[in-house]
Design a protein around this ligand. Structure first.
Ligand code: ATP
Length: 122
């Protein structure tokens, strides 16, 4: 367990810090704003075409996955920038792999959502 002087002492402090991290990311990261917009659009379309409750649960898991991965991607970018602002192949690899994780899950999510729409509308 970490014992450094900045450790959150209470569960409430941990939740507050995590919320600050989410708010800061949404304010500064363009991709997160796009993700949020896409999520709202997907929820509106899903309501309009009346997808089932099970499908809705899958949609929420996918939206949560994409946004959570985007938050991790942002954290990795910030950590890399903290370590070096010089060009370094490992810095490039770390950022590109983190971005790749978001991209990979987003594509899978889009495919699954198309399947949900196909199943609902056919
Ligand atoms: N220190 C570095 N050394 C080498 N390449 C880097 C470095 N920092 C960034 N890069 C490269 O530049 C790209 C853009 O980096 P940046 O930190 O601006 O991320 P970003 O544009 O916010 O990423 P995203 O596409 O996830 O929004 C990275 O994907 C990486 O390929």
């Amino acid at each position: 367990m970490s014992q450094h002087k900045y450790k959150n002492k209470h569960f409430g402090a941990s939740v507050r810090a995590a919320t600050q991290g989410i708010v800061k990311s949404f304010k500064t990261e363009r991709n997160l704003k796009i993700d949020l917009l896409m999520a709202i659009l997907v929820i509106i379309i899903s309501c309009l075409v009346h997808i089932s409750l099970t499908h809705f649960m899958i949609v929420f898991i996918l939206i949560g996955g994409v946004i959570s991965l985007e938050l991790m991607n942002t954290a990795i970018e910030q950590t890399v920038d903290l370590v070096t602002e010089e060009w370094h192949p490992l810095a490039k690899a770390a950022k590109d792999m983190a971005a790749g994780a978001v991209w990979f899950f987003s594509i899978i999510s889009a495919i699954i959502y198309m399947m949900i729409l196909y199943d609902t509308l056919s």
